[in-house]
Design a protein. Sequence first.
Length: 192
Amino acid sequence: MQKQAPEKSVLEPNWSSWKRLRFSSVPKDVLGWLRDEGSLTRRVIQACAGDFRVRVLHQGWGAPLYSEGQVLRLRRGEITLVREVELLCDETPWVFARTLIPATSLRGPARRLTLLGDKPLGAVLFSDPHVHRGITQVARLQPRHPLFAAATPHLSRLPVELWGRRTLFYIAGRPLLVNEIFLPDIPRDEGR
C-alpha cells in the first residue's frame, strides 16, 4: 500500500535547505540564530539576562501542515501529537516552537515527550544519545502563512515577516519535527 500525502497548501512558506537559500535575503540579525546547530533552548537561556521559561500554548492530537506531513513521510489523514510553545525571556516571547510527533514515534524512550509540560524539549533532545539530527530547512514566513498566524497572536504588533527553521530529529530511529520561528523581540545576533 502506497503512502498518500496530505493535501498541499499554497499558504505555506517555501522551505529550503541551506544549500539552496540565498543568504543575502536573510536579515543579518537573525542569520546566526537560524544557522546555530546547537540547542536553541540553551542559546536562548544564555542570551536571556532575565527569567527564562517555556509557555505551553497547545498540546494535543492534530493534523500536520502539508509540508510537515511530507517531511515526516505521513499518509493522508495521519495525525500527530502537536506541541506549540513560546520560549520567553522576562515574559517576552522570543521563539515560537511547533513540534510534531507521529503516534508511531511515541514508543519506547520517546513516550516521555508527552509529559514535558513546561520543560523545554531541547533539554531532552540534546541530552539523549539516542537522538540524531536530520535535515534542517529555513523559510521566510509572511502573514498569509498558517505558522505565522500560529506564532503571532500574542504579539502586541505584527511584523511584516518572520524567519524560521525546522529540523527533523530521530529518537531511537523514529522521526519528530521541530519548527522554530524567531519572533521580533529576539536579540540581534552578535555575529555568532
